[in-house]
Design a protein around this ligand. Structure first.
Ligand code: PSV
Ligand code: MN
Length: 404
């Protein structure tokens, strides 16, 4: 039980119910592409039972929701998840207790995008890319999603390959064409990434560039922070603080990394960084920051060597745990120590929260809200993974699917 935490909270006049209410408001979207086969540049290892259609991906996502209770949304990538009947998709998701979350236009796989999409020197390619995003806006409306999440692979590999300022002007013009048709209840999240697939320049390399674009577009445009998209040593918590202050933190793509955009389980490599990110959010929320309530929390991971559904569940648990720890930070003590110039004291306030074992608290929270106290154990016990490995392999064999 969480009585130790409860006693410590009581000393500060905080009830456990306040913490549970905050936890109840925290949900995190899982990505459809995290359930299908994926690989490195060197090899795609087929995972037995990996989902190969949007319906299968939704069925897998429903398992994550069933055991965690905080993942009702599923992000899609178009055209990877293209379907003919979007109303049927919405209904099917609803039957599974899910809804479609962010719609991600894919602007990096068609041959015409070799030199970029929204920044391409050829107007016809830019137009095609803009039209694809507009199609995604229409799909989002059909499935009742309110978020378009935009990441560009645009950039250059060599100095002189293209004119950097012209590329920037083209980007803004393309984004303006998209923003002009964005429905009033939809947000455009602009993701950045400092390199890859381009290696000399990337058109949206950092949060500052995304923020400038968002500010030029209007209030429905916000910045998306993918935790794997920064140079080594970047202080992501500080970026989060700045975006919150500007009211432009649209959402997150959570994952963890060590070297580049590794797509590892969020919180597996640097749990303290994740905690520090949530600490900024909870701190801003406690001061009434209006941006906090509309942050779209999403996972962006593709697992190659570990079981995909379990890895997704573990990621959700890690994020929830970091958030719960941030909720336990003694804000009054933090402020007091900060303003007294007590450097070590302030750090120790954060450390006390970070080192708290929140597992009993979260188990109790889950039990109260119809989820399983131990989601990974519950998923393993369900036999779902073995069942889909058998069923999907059988149906793939009859359909001649070459991946098996
Ligand atoms: C690009 O690295 C990215 O983070 C974008 O969010 C894409 O949508 C996603 O990965 C999947 O390729
Ligand atoms: Mn991403």
């Amino acid at each position: 039980m969480s009585s130790e935490i409860e006693n410590r909270l009581q000393e500060r006049g905080v009830t456990i119910d306040t913490i549970f209410t905050a936890l109840q408001q925290f949900s995190i979207e899982t990505p459809s592409w995290g359930y299908g086969d994926s690989g490195t540049r060197f090899k795609v290892f087929h995972w037995p039972g990996a989902a190969s259609s949007l319906r299968e991906k939704l069925a897998d996502a429903a398992q994550v929701q069933r055991v965690t209770g905080i993942c009702p949304g599923v992000a899609m990538h178009i055209p990877w998840d293209r379907e003919d009947d979007w109303r049927a998709v919405k209904e099917y998701a609803g039957q599974l207790g899910l809804h479609i979350g962010a719609v991600n236009p894919n602007l990096f796989q068609d041959d015409v995008y070799r030199f970029g999409s929204l920044c391409h020197f050829d107007r016809a390619v830019r137009q095609r890319a803009v039209e694809h995003v507009i199609e995604c806006i229409q799909i989002a409306q059909e499935v009742d999603s309110h978020v378009i999440s935009l990441w560009l692979a645009d950039g250059t590999n060599y100095p002189g390959q293209d004119d950097l300022r012209r590329r920037r002007h083209r980007l803004l013009e393309s984004l303006q064409a998209i923003y002009a048709v964005l429905p009033a209840d939809m947000r455009l999240l602009i993701e950045y990434k400092f390199f890859e697939p381009s290696f000399y320049s990337t058109d949206l390399p950092d949060w500052g560039t995304s923020l400038l674009m968002a500010q030029k577009l209007g209030p429905q445009a916000e910045v998306l922070v993918d935790t794997g998209h920064h140079p080594q040593g970047t202080n992501i918590a500080q970026i989060v603080a700045q975006l919150l202050d500007e009211g432009r933190l649209g959402g997150f793509h959570f994952n963890d990394r060590r070297y580049a955009d590794d797509d590892l389980i969020v919180g597996s490599q640097n749990p303290f960084e994740l905690f520090c990110i949530f600490n900024e959010i909870v701190g801003a929320g406690a001061e009434g920051n209006a941006n906090v309530g509309r942050i779209a929390y999403m996972i962006d991971q593709s697992h190659n060597i570990e079981p995909k559904i379990e890895a997704m569940i573990q990621s959700v648990l890690n994020a929830q745990s970091a958030y719960a720890k941030a909720l336990l930070v003694d804000r009054a003590a933090l402020r007091e120590t900060q303003e007294a110039g007590d450097v070590l004291g302030a750090y120790r306030v954060l450390q006390a929260a970070f080192e708290t074992d929140v597992r009993p608290l979260l188990a109790e929270f889950r039990a109260r809200h119809g989820a399983d106290p131990d989601p990974i154990a519950a998923f393993r016990a369900s036999g779902y993974a073995g069942r889909v490995a058998r069923e999907r392999t059988a149906s793939a064999m009859t359909s001649g699917y070459p991946g098996v």
